[in-house]
Design a protein around this ligand. Structure first.
Ligand code: ADP
Ligand code: MG
Length: 322
């Protein structure tokens, strides 16, 4: 588990990280989301002891990074994939890391295999593509078989295969019971990867929530109902509309799209009315939609600046507070 308590970092007048208090739990992937400059990398650097908090603290299993006995065996991190000697081979890079940390060399070949770099392990890293650097960075993070993993924008520069590979890898690491903390500004990818979301804007915490709850709580989430009898359908619509705060559409004459009530509430209503249903399901909003609503509501964000968020499809610009 990673624990942040009032974690704050100031650079002169800039408050890069502003009083973050939260727990990042084991056994799940926690996605760390926020636009560029929100403070994600600074937070991760403080967790890893690479930057000193101005206030507050970051703990790994209850201890600051600096007091861990064997840091590489407790926390693995990928921060800046290109931060290694370009003339060294991938294998030599990992071997030197292993040697200085008392890790057996057999583990080097194991992690090279895991990240798919076995065939190019003896090539100069300087000739690697960004995607290969990212894989080598992940290998370094896994070297000490740590229980806590921190990845800063690991899918940057990866092709679709690489993106899927990272997703499957982090999900399997979490399934093994590890703590996985992963930042990204790519929302569609995050939606597929994370169980829990920590969202920050300008250093401040905007949300710390299970992904499913955030998506279901969006006003854009809806309940789809299929009612085979036209008479029943009319009865359901009349009752739902009588509530005043519910929106109902009937796109096909058999299907209803209900906004403003949960699937449980719609199901209970059908039961009370004796209406037979052939389908009842929640249609969640996309993470991008839920994020837009969240930041539009956020007081911290309402200063008129434009936040630009990149999605895998196209750049999305949002006028904050709009
Ligand atoms: P993110 O990773 O979310 O894009 P960062 O943590 O890199 O955000 O940056 C947060 C803010 O802190 C930005 O305004 C950035 O310019 C500032 N910042 C980060 N590192 C430094 C530094 N070493 N010196 C001064 N300002 C910094
Ligand atoms: Mg960053």
């Amino acid at each position: 588990m990673i624990t942040l308590r009032g974690l704050t970092k100031r650079y002169g007048d800039i408050v890069a990280v502003d009083g973050l208090t939260l727990d990042i739990k084991e056994g799940q992937v926690t996605g760390f989301l926020g636009p560029n400059g929100a403070g994600k990398s600074t937070t991760m650097r403080m967790i890893l002891g690479l930057d000193h908090p101005s206030e507050g603290e970051a703990l790994i299993d209850g201890k600051p990074y600096s007091s861990l006995r064997h840091p590489i065996r407790e926390v693995g991190a990928l921060l800046d994939a290109k931060a290694l000697h370009p003339a060294r081979s991938a294998r030599a890079h990992l071997v030197s890391q292993a040697r200085s940390n008392g890790i057996p060399l057999s583990r080097v070949d194991e992690v090279l295999e895991t990240v798919g770099l076995t065939k190019v392990a003896r090539r100069r890293a300087g000739a690697f593509s960004l995607g290969m650097y990212q894989r080598l960075g992940v290998a370094g993070a896994l070297l000490g078989d740590p229980k806590v993993l921190i990845f800063d924008e690991p899918v940057n520069g990866l092709d679709p295969d690489g993106v899927r590979w990272v997703r499957e890898l982090v999900r399997s690491l979490a399934a093994e019971g590890r703590t996985v903390f992963l930042s990204s500004h790519l929302m569609s990818e995050m939606q597929l990867t994370a169980d829990q979301l920590v969202i920050i804007g300008r250093g401040k915490l905007l949300a710390d929530t299970p992904m499913a709850d955030l998506l279901a709580s969006s006003s854009l989430a809806s309940v789809r109902v299929r009612v085979p009898s036209a008479e029943d359908l009319r009865m359901m619509v009349d009752q739902l509309l009588s509530y005043g705060d519910v929106q109902v559409e009937s796109p096909t004459g058999e299907d209803l799209v209900v906004k403003g009530r949960s699937a449980e509430e719609v199901g209970d209503l059908a039961h009370r009315l004796g209406v037979r249903l052939h389908e009842l399901r929640t249609v969640s909003a996309s993470l991008e939609q839920a994020y837009m609503e969240l930041t539009a509501q956020s007081v911290e964000y309402g200063t008129g600046n434009t936040t630009v968020f990149e999605t895998t499809d196209s750049p999305v610009a949002q006028k904050a507070g709009a």
